[in-house]
Design a protein around this ligand. Structure first.
Ligand code: ADP
Length: 484
């Protein structure tokens, strides 16, 4: 099958979050399974400056954007068999510091940047001499594409266009903007209605994708059902419910080539389920590097997270203040909300031997925290899939999670009765429930069941293989329906 994916970020070229990892992991796996995969993504400044082996692609685009005509070039790279990446080179839109924003906030022309990007993807899908069977779109930045495809097939003679699948990675980010940007789509205003692109008088890119794509997927089964409710639907629950028969959840996979406890250059001591010696050595190395008391017997909790409301860290602050921090240790690595960072930093000042806070983005420390902690805390208010709990399983750091989205789908609760499981779960987003669950963890730690559950987690397999097969099956069905 020929799959053309469109994404606003792609590991290892550009990344602000899990989307970049997901598209890279899925594409590699589909390519390995013999599908022909091509990806379109913007040529950001960071890509232009860091990727040496880009090749110019003999293709010049001149696309309308409202009353203007905008030119773009295309660069390409062929990282492996069956995988080609096209970078859209439009310097005015993409040759900037940052993908979507600066410290001052989002770029005001983000709608126009991604209308243009969507047009460029649609143009390639239509005119390349390689015709895709399926267009796989990700998040609001490429969610206008299904409408552009439909419009061109109904009105501009595009015969047999590919089927379209939109994957929602986080429903909270919808690309809502003033309707004045609609001119730049060059689409008739007929589509600007409550049944189409309009959302309370504004444009909503993600909604357009939900309405016009052939299939909508999201990144876990639980999240696919949660987003039909007012609590998780971010105002789009009614429109999603209309799509219920063409909506599904497929869990993201893990790149175990990077996230593993063997052959890992980021951790000083390698280990595995067969030999955990290295784990306690990593624990002490982590304690030493953070300036905490070095003690392999103290229960050690960790969190790596964006400091954002979604992640439920305000619950964790309250819980840490309830627990006896002299009897445990805690490390946080994260960036984001300054007031949350300050509250965590205050804890570290009060308990310097037991609490360490590292504000910043640090890939190496992320691996060492996974490898050196006993428990990994993710009290998210919602979590479409979540990757850190999957990494934690592999690293033997038992996840403590709220039973939501992908967290609920991937973690089996360790029953207080002693039945084995892979993590500890709580239901409601309440500090009292998180506190009780962390107390359960503290009680589990000295028992033999701790190691049993740790090993059970380490043996779980969330590699891309299975999830990529689910996408391939879905795409095959969509193609068959498209041909009918
Ligand atoms: P989200 O995509 O919502 O931020 P995920 O759990 O799906 O959450 O993925 C987060 C990814 O970003 C993980 O790979 C995690 O290790 C990484 N990460 C988040 N914050 C940091 C940080 N401060 N330093 C290093 N890695 C981080």
């Amino acid at each position: 099958m020929r799959i053309l994916a469109a994404t606003s970020e792609l590991h290892p070229y550009s990344k602000t979050g899990g989307l970049a990892d997901m598209v890279a992991g899925l594409s590699n796996s589909l390519a390995e399974q013999g599908h022909e995969v091509r990806i379109v993504t913007p040529l950001y400044k960071c890509v232009r400056e860091s990727v040496a082996n880009l090749k110019p692609f003999d293709w010049k685009m001149q696309l309308p954007l409202g009353a203007q005509t905008i030119e773009a070039k295309v660069w390409t790279i062929h990282p492996r068999d069956n995988l080609t990446i096209y970078f859209i080179d439009q310097p005015d839109f993409f040759n900037r510091d940052g993908l979507y924003q600066t410290e001052q906030g989002g770029f005001p022309d983000n709608p126009d940047r991604f209308i243009f990007f969507s047009k460029a993807v649609t143009h390639l899908a239509r005119y390349l001499d390689w015709r895709p069977d399926i267009l796989h779109l990700h998040d609001w930045q490429s969610a206008l594409i299904p409408l552009l495809v439909r419009h061109q097939s109904t009105n501009e003679g595009w015969e047999n266009p590919p089927a379209t699948c939109l994957t929602i990675h986080n429903l909270a980010y919808q690309g809502v903007c003033d309707k004045s940007h609609f001119e730049n789509t060059n689409l008739p205003w007929d589509h600007f209605t409550p049944d189409g692109v309009e959302f309370f008088g504004s444009i909503n890119f993600l909604k357009a994708g939900i309405v016009y794509s052939d299939w909508v997927s999201t990144v876990s089964r639980k999240y696919a059902s949660e987003i039909l409710t007012p609590e998780f639907g971010c105002g789009l629950e009614a429109i999603l419910t209309k799509r219920i028969s063409t909506l599904s959840g497929i869990l993201n996979g893990v790149d175990y080539g990077e996230w593993n406890t063997t052959n890992n250059p980021f951790i000083p001591f390698q280990y595995s389920a067969g030999n955990l010696d290295g784990k306690s050595k990593n624990k002490m190395a982590l304690q030493r590097s953070l300036g905490l008391k070095v003690d392999s017997n103290v229960p050690f909790f960790g969190t790596i997270s964006r400091l954002a409301e979604q992640k439920g860290l305000h619950l964790l602050i309250k819980t840490l203040r309830e627990l006896d921090l002299n009897q445990m240790q805690f490390v946080l690595l994260g960036t984001g909300d300054v007031s949350l960072a300050n509250q965590f930093n205050n804890l570290a000042k009060e308990f310097p031997q037991n609490v360490a806070i590292h504000i910043g983005y640090d890939r190496q420390l992320a691996h060492l925290i996974e490898a050196g902690t006993d428990f990994f805390v993710m009290p998210s208010l919602y979590e479409p899939c979540g990757l850190n709990q999957l990494y934690s399983l592999r690293y033997g750091s038992i996840p403590i999670v709220r039973a939501t989205g992908g967290l609920d789908d991937t973690i089996q609760d360790i029953d207080s009765s002693g039945a084995p499981g892979t993590g500890l779960k709580f239901l409601n987003p309440l500090a009292s429930e998180l506190t009780e669950t962390m107390r359960r963890a503290l009680r589990l730690y000295p028992t033999s069941n701790f190691k049993r559950c740790q090993l059970m987690g380490m043996k779980q397999d969330y590699s891309w293989n299975l999830s990529a097969k689910s996408y391939a099956n879905l795409f095959t069905n969509l193609c068959m329906q498209n041909l009918r």
